[in-house]
Write a protein that binds this ligand. Structure first.
Ligand code: G4P
Length: 527
């Protein structure tokens, strides 16, 4: 295939993640999007998958037991001429670093907010990672069929809590469980609200009328209020600015109801127009254009997706060019060319072998233990993308083997699982090899660690949770004097870290040590 045909294929890719606090409706929205793409044929399919995962999925054993998603996956489908890749992120409260890492592979994010709850804790954490990536963030305010906070208050909340301005692309008519429709600001049309019946399974094209012709269709008090609101937004709100959207400074804001499939199609269509196709990515020597020959990086390694084999799947984000099944690529770490065998892509409820893929796509590669997190693969072997950042863990535990005879297997298990990114390892200064501190972003990762040490390495582990909730890497300066609740450690790469029990003592440490600079995201190390 000629290179300009690649360009066309790459230009139609849209790769994004949906970020949300649990229960905001991510599963429901994802399902509606898949329904438009024809990737599923029945509303309820993804929800059913969420509820009965243990019955249909061959993913990790622990996932079966807890019925929740420990890992993130990706779903691909076509709609309106675009190839859409949705990166799924664990919805459970005990989410892990996988969620953060997944965002490194996304070109845009959809921030889903429950209209009644506004910006919630996990929305904030995930938003900050998107901001660090500099990707555009689109806001979808969900559950507008129910009582919700006033839309203007939601705009203010997003701005004050997240520090991003919003541009409402549509505006709800009738709030607090009295939804009448939404007004589309770009074309001046009203989409009248229809409840979606059985979870919005019907995809009836919504009825639209011009605002000027809406007098008979809606009571005048709704229309008066709408005109007032729009005037206010036009006068006092931000101006539409595509560049600010691309830079992640302005978030296009949509209102709707995922469950009722209301406002979802209009959102999807506009999102596909506004969201960026794969952009050039920075390598050590400058930007790599998406149309250059094949390259990609590993952002996630998933162990034992098939319990029958001790296999791993390495998830690769393709950053440039065309990938072909069985092609050979070179790692930036050197070594022999690697045949990229058994490439797979993931749909709503299955995974399938693929023949080819393009920049923007996410593929899973069979991994007999070859790949590393953050590793770049390319045709030349000369490209090296930035590594995957390490995010400060929030839960810490001292981990040791119950049976001291199993020290060797324990040490191998801990090292391998840390390499795979399942946990972060720390070590107090002057400690022997037996003393490990495991740091995680979500508590569930500790359960996964214990479970996998037992299942894959035959080691029963003892875990003692530590009263530590904050880790900060030292960027510059010295930490000569520490508050009483702080301690020192080194991360897996030997970098100095301070561990704190309380947030305020981070500030105290900086007051005690002028010139001390700390960060909660470890600088990206190239593996
Ligand atoms: P999550 O993946 O973000 O955790 O959320 P999920 O989609 O599972 O949705 C959480 C709950 O919110 C579900 O209710 C879902 O039906 C409901 N929901 C999602 N979108 C809307 C919406 O637009 N309007 C309203 N009113 N509710 C919505 P549930 O009671 O947990 O499940 P179910 O009884 O619907 O199966």
């Amino acid at each position: 295939m000629a290179q300009n045909d690649w360009a066309q294929e790459i230009g139609r890719r849209r790769t994004f993640a949906i970020i949300a606090h649990p229960d905001a409706g991510k599963t429901t929205l994802t399902e509606k999007l898949l329904l438009y793409g024809g990737a599923i044929h029945m509303a309820g399919a993804v929800k059913a998958r969420k509820a009965a995962r243990h019955a249909v999925s061959d993913w990790m054993e622990i996932e079966k037991q807890r019925g929740i998603s420990v890992t993130s996956s990706v779903m691909a489908f076509d709609y309106a001429g675009c190839r859409i890749n949705i990166l799924d992120t664990p919805g459970h409260q005990d989410f892990s670093e996988d969620t953060y890492r997944t965002l490194v592979a996304a070109d845009a994010a959809v921030m889903l907010i429950d209209g009644a709850h506004g910006v919630e804790e996990q929305t904030i954490k995930l938003f900050h990672v998107c901001r660090m990536q500099g990707i555009p963030v689109f806001t979808f305010v969900n559950k507008m069929d129910r009582a919700s906070k006033p839309p203007l208050e939601l705009m203010e909340e997003i701005e004050s809590v997240l520090g991003i301005r919003t541009y409402p692309v549509n505006w709800p008519i009738g709030t607090d469980g009295d939804l009448q429709g939404i007004y589309h600001r770009f074309d001046g049309e009203i989409e009248l609200y229809q409840s979606g019946g059985d979870h919005g399974a019907l995809q009836a094209k919504a009825r639209r009328i011009k605002l000027d012709e809406a007098d008979g269709a809606l009571d005048s008090h709704y229309l008066d209020r709408l005109r007032e609101d729009i005037e206010l937004l036009d006068l006092a709100g931000d101006e539409w600015n595509v560049e600010a959207v691309s830079n992640g400074e302005l978030s296009p804001m949509f209102f709707g109801s995922a469950m009722n499939n209301f406002g979802v199609q209009a959102f999807l269509e506009l999102f596909l127009q506004l969201a960026p196709p794969p952009a050039p990515r920075e390598d050590v020597s400058g930007p790599v254009q998406p149309t250059q020959p094949f390259s990609g990086f590993i952002f996630k390694i998933q162990a034992k997706m098939n319990p029958a084999h001790r296999d791993r799947i390495a998830f690769m984000r393709i950053c440039s060019g065309r990938f072909e099944k069985g092609m050979e690529a070179r790692s930036h770490l050197g070594g022999k060319p690697i045949r990229l065998a058994q490439p797979q892509q993931f749909m709503a409820d299955s995974r399938e072998m693929i023949e080819e893929a393009y920049a923007g796509d996410i593929i899973g590669l069979f991994d007999p233990g070859l790949f590393h997190l953050g590793e770049t693969l390319s045709q030349s072997g000369k490209i090296c993308y930035e590594g995957i950042p390490l995010f400060a863990p929030e839960y810490f535990a001292r981990v040791s083997a119950m049976d001291s005879m199993k020290r060797k297997a324990f040490s191998r298990g801990m090292t391998e699982l840390a390499e795979e990114g399942a946990v972060q390892l720390f070590r107090p200064p002057d400690s022997g090899r037996e003393e490990w501190i495991a740091g995680v972003v979500g508590m569930l990762q500790l359960d996964v660690l214990k479970y996998r040490l037992q299942g894959e390495y035959g080691v029963e582990a003892r875990m003692e949770s530590m009263p530590v909730h904050y880790a900060r890497w030292i960027v510059s300066g010295k930490a000569d004097r520490l508050p009483s609740d702080a301690s020192r450690a080194f991360d897996g790469q030997g970098r100095a870290v301070l561990l704190f029990e309380h947030e305020w003592s981070i500030r105290r440490a900086m007051e005690y040590n002028p010139g001390l600079e700390l960060t909660d995201i470890a600088p990206r190390e190239r593996v």
